[in-house]
Design a protein around this ligand. Structure first.
Ligand SMILES: [Zn+2]
Length: 337
């Protein structure tokens, strides 16, 4: 079923690309070209261990595989310099080691901790420019212990959770209950959170259900800390239905959305958005208000764009005014002020 849906959405993307309804490029005015984000709110390092794990998954059964290459602080600083961006939020990939996607690892918890430690140590080489976020799979038995360590170590500015990678379905009461416990603990420790909500291809159709469950069950557990929804509530691609649930709640002055922010990482990819897509996105961004929209890139691993190209794609594709583009560039999440 999942593969069928994936095939269907790929076919849809191909049809989209071949028709003339592709999003037109906005003129690159001087003001637009000068607007440079103050902070990249969604970046990753990738240790050699994480890269090897990834390779063992995608090159399974193949003899030839590329040599694993780490992405470290020097690489990300180089990317930021190229884009003219001063600071970045580095989201640990620790949760990869507790992901059902990669199979069960016997020493998963130690590997999560090692990745978190390495990420913090790399970020600490550039303390004026990089801030690390700690991560783990919120469904595991030791999630609360890792959270406690993340907070008390003093090495992290916040937490990252990836519902897709961790196979969290917040519509399920048992999953929601575990995630609520993590949110309550994060709130008590005053740790902001970045949450990647996209789960799998079904999310494209069911994103509104996930967003509604998040709003009703999860968000009230952390009323005092910033919650940054990654990728405008999508992942890889934006899911308008999920984003719209949040936009409607914000427009209705729903108090649960008080500390809610969104990063735009990978939401504007050339050749993947139609004119209707970018018009819907612009409408929803205005409904949310530009002050809640944070620039973010995602790991600079192809097909992801670099920080410079990612920002360029966003400002060329979104039919926003120069002022709106400048507002987004100037936004700094409260946890980075
Ligand atoms: Zn990411």
């Amino acid at each position: 079923m999942t593969m069928l849906r994936l095939a269907a959405s790929l076919t849809a993307a191909l049809i989209l690309n071949s028709c003339s309804d592709q999003a037109p490029l906005q003129p690159e005015t001087a003001a637009r070209a000068r607007a440079i984000p103050l902070v990249d709110h969604h970046q990753h390092f990738r240790s050699l261990r994480t890269t090897e794990l990834y390779h063992s998954h995608i090159y399974k059964g193949k003899t030839a595989r590329p040599n694993p290459v780490a992405i470290d602080a020097d690489d990300i600083i180089g990317q930021l310099n190229e884009a003219g961006i001063k600071r970045a939020v580095i989201l640990s990939l620790g949760y990869w080691f507790e992901s059902p996607v990669f199979g069960r690892l016997p020493n998963a918890h130690q590997l999560v901790r090692a990745e978190n430690e390495w990420t913090a140590a790399e970020a600490a080489r550039f303390p004026d420019r990089l801030a690390a976020f700690c991560s783990f799979n919120p469904l595991t038995d030791h999630a609360l212990r890792e959270l406690e360590w993340c907070g008390s170590s003093g090495k992290f500015r916040g937490l990252k959770m990836h519902f897709g990678n961790s196979k969290v379905d917040i519509r399920r009461p048992d999953h929601a209950q575990k995630v609520v416990r993590v949110f309550q603990a994060a709130n008590a420790a005053r740790l902001p959170m970045v949450v990647h909500m996209w789960t799998d291809p079904t999310y494209e159709e069911e994103g509104a259900e996930h967003a509604t469950a998040f709003l009703n069950r999860i968000l009230p557990a952390a009323p005092d800390v910033v919650v940054q929804i990654a990728h405008l509530a999508g992942g890889g691609r934006t899911t308008e239905a999920a984003f719209e649930v949040f936009a409607d709640a914000i427009a209705a002055n729903d108090p649960r959305t008080r500390n809610l922010y969104f990063d735009i990482a990978t939401s504007a990819v050339p050749d993947q958005l139609s004119r209707a897509d970018v018009e819907t996105l612009a409408r929803l961004l205005r409904q949310v208000g530009m002050d809640r929209i944070l620039y973010g890139t995602d790991a600079p691993v192809p097909p992801n764009l670099s920080a410079r190209e990612g920002w360029r794609a966003f400002r060329r594709l979104l039919p926003l005014s120069d002022e709106e583009i400048m507002d987004i560039a100037d936004n700094v999440a409260p946890y980075m002020r």
